[in-house]
Structures are given as C-alpha cells and as structure tokens.
Design a protein around this ligand. Sequence first.
Ligand SMILES: Cc1cc2nc3c(=O)[nH]c(=O)nc-3n(C[C@H](O)[C@H](O)[C@H](O)COP(=O)(O)OP(=O)(O)OC[C@H]3O[C@@H](n4cnc5c(N)ncnc54)[C@H](O)[C@@H]3O)c2cc1C
Length: 440
Amino acid sequence: MSVQPDVKPVLIIGGGVVGLTILRTLTCDVKLKGSVMLIEAEDHLCSHASGHNSGIACTGVDAPMGSLERALVRESLSNMRTWLDRFNLPFRPVGSLVADWGAREGEGEGEGEGEGEVMNKLRAVVEESHVAGDCDVELLTDRAKIISLEPNVNPAVSAAVHIKGEVVVDPWLIPMSYASHAVENGALIKKGFRATEVSFDENGGVWRVASKNGEVLYAKVVVSCVGNWGDEMFNNLKGKPAPFVNKPRKGQYTLFERTEGLLKRPLQPVPTDFTKGVFVFSTLYDNIVCGPTAEEQENREVAELDEETLEMLKETGKRRLPSLAEKKIVRSYAGLRPATSERDYQFQLDPMRNFLSVASIRSTGLTASLGIGRHAASLLTSVFDFLEVEKEKVIKTTKFKDVEELSREFRERKDGKVEIPFLGECFVTHPITQTGWSGC
Ligand SMILES: Cc1cc2nc3c(=O)[nH]c(=O)nc-3n(C[C@H](O)[C@H](O)[C@H](O)COP(=O)(O)OP(=O)(O)OC[C@H]3O[C@@H](n4cnc5c(N)ncnc54)[C@H](O)[C@@H]3O)c2cc1C
C-alpha cells in the first residue's frame, strides 16, 4: 500500500525576515487552510542578512521613485508602530538627521563641496521625502537648532534635514515576532534543512523539496526567500536563469560601549543612488554604532571585517560625535545585503510551475517586512485559487515579555539564547541585540 505524502499548501524556503513575514501573513492574515511550512538551512533563524543589519525602520526616501520598494516601505512603516505595540516590542521613534559637516566622511559625500551645493543636496532630500509621501521633514539651517536637538554632535555641522518618521527598533525581535505569531497559529518551521533539490511534478502539481541528508517535503506552492542565493534558487525552480543576478553588498559596523543620552537620532549623510552612506546611531540599548559600509563582493556567505575600514568607521564616528574619542569599542560585525543587478525588489510569480521568488530585498527588508508579507500573500492568493482559506479561524496573539526581562534572561543563561513564545529556546543572532542585552 503506498502512503500518500503530506503535501503542504505552501513551503517557504529561507528563514530571514522576508520568509518569516510571508509565513505569518499566509497563516494569520490570509488564514490558509493546512499548515504553511518554512525551512531554513541554518540551525538558527535570521543567521544571514536579517541578523546583521542596522535595525532602523527607515522612511524609504532613498528607494527609487515609483518603485515597489518605496511603496512597500511606506505601507509597512504606517503599520509598524501598531505591530510593535501588539507584540510589546521596544522601539524609539526618534527620526533621523541627514546632516552635513562639509568634510569627507567615508563614502564620498561632502569634501570640497560649496555651501550652495550642499544645500541643494539637502533640499533634494526634503523634496524626495515629500515625493515618497513623508511630509514630516524639516530643513534646518540654523546650527543652534541642530545642536539643541543633538547637543553632542560636532558643532561644525552646517545644515541638516530632520526626517521625523524614522524609528530605531530591535532588529532581531521583529522577525522573531513574525515566527512566533505564525507558529502560534499553526505554521511549521524546520531549521537545519537546506533545500538542495527541488522538482515539480507538472501532472500532480506538487513540488518535491529535498535536503542533502535525504529529508523530503512536498508542497503545492514554493516561495523562495533565500536572500543572497535568490538567483540560484530561481534557476532551480524555473529551470532557466533568473532575470536578475545576486550581487552581495557588504556592510561593516563598529559598536561603541553603552552611553546613555549621547545621541538620540541617527546621523546620516546625504544618500546616493548606490548607498545610504555610513550612519552614526544609537541602538535601543544605547550602544553607538558607526556603519554600514557598502562594498560589493562575490562571496555570498561570509562577510569579513577589515581593520582599515573599521578604523575609517571609528574616525567617522569621532568626527560627527567628538566625545566618542573617549569611548571604548566593544564589537564589530558585518552583514551582506541581498542586492542584485536590479535596483527594485524582485517578485516573480510563475503560474505554470506554482512558485513565487522574492529577491533583491537589499537594504530595507526589515522596514518593509509587513508590506512584503502582504504583497506576497496577495500575489499568491490571487493566482493560485486552489489555496483554500479558513475564514472562521480564530487568530491568537501572545505578546512578548518585556525587553528588560528578555535581556536579564539572556545575561543569566549565558548560552546566547532566550525563550520566545511558541518557538522555545532561540539563539539571538543579531550583534545589536546580543551586545545590548549583554550590557556592554
Ligand atoms: C549591512 C546591512 C544593513 C541593513 N540595514 C537595514 C536597516 O537599517 N533597515 C532595514 O529595513 N533593512 C536593513 N537591511 C536590509 C535587511 O536586513 C534585508 O533586506 C533583509 O534582511 C533581507 O531578508 P531576507 O530574508 O531576504 O534574507 P536573509 O536574511 O539573508 O535570509 C535568507 C535565508 O535563506 C536561507 N537559505 C538560503 N538558501 C537556502 C536553502 N537552499 N534552503 C533553505 N534555506 C536557505 C539562508 O540561510 C537565510 O537565512 C540591511 C541589511 C544589511 C546587510
């Protein structure tokens, strides 16, 4: 007697913030019938880009005008505060300052530019923000006003744009809240499962996904959210090259010891088409961070640190915030943005082979995550009408413990883990959270 395989309605490949938000949205908002499943190659969720970012929910001003990225950033940001409150997650709604000191800082802005040129760039930031739908921005040309907002910045600051909508968040807790909510409501997560073979049975309309050690899963629809491996996975799913090529972009960071009250708002240079530039910002836990850089590299997996760049970051920090000269560096880390040859987010849905590929979520994926989940779910449900929903399903929501309690647990356990509702013991992968919770 042959045993019928257990066919999941949807199998998501990749346990970063993108895969996790889609898992949650399909389970809790769409209320798909049957358990949606997510597989993650590593032993811990958010081991790659989603565990090595800046942790700033940004307003999307640097995303191209009219892009899907900008639309999803805006949509997500307008729902983010409600989400954070719903799960008792910490945040600091401080806004940010795009500022100019008239000196070169790391990535090419400033040096040698006349005051007129700088003002034009800052005016362009204001205009771009308005076009992006963010009207709560202000051009500050009065040095005293800037210093009154941030008393510890280098007093040579000449002008700044105050973008009021940006929010400093805990970059690890947000994706974990998606994972927790999804599992609470029936989703399944399998870690340590690297999909090495995928094949589609066109007659039966079922995907077979196998790992190197012989485990096999079946699903009607596969969603690829594999970050820096997006083009390779697309190729495997479609049998043809992807319409984009992954180009990992490294960002290195330096973290200074905790110093309460030194800086409230992230300080950022004028963004370029290539990068938002090096930020100097305070985490929720009062570590001052300088970074990220934007360095293209071939390697998709390993983000190495180099002394010269870390020195440059330290100097950038000290220039913008002179009292950093007396502060100790406690940590450095680097992450790889899943950038591609394309500037915008890449959503490719294949109605013949029942898959959705989500790629090129390069430097705003945390901010845009609520929008990404909603967008992916609406693409899937509008095309795959065989996906059934359980309209009457009651969705439960369990809040997280207070962050003080989580950080105390983290310090006391000493194994790098905390207990997350419905997920059990979870390893904290993000250096910002690790450093903040360890009290350095
Ligand atoms: C330096 C830096 C700074 C950033 N700053 C910000 C910021 O301030 N604000 C913001 O909103 N965003 C920021 N981002 C962007 C954000 O972090 C990314 O957009 C987001 O993390 C991308 O998520 P992802 O799920 O696509 O990729 P990832 O987090 O990389 O997840 C992909 C997952 O897929 C898994 N995988 C790959 N292949 C397989 C396979 N075959 N089988 C199973 N699993 C597989 C990987 O192990 C990985 O865990 C930054 C990113 C970086 C690197």
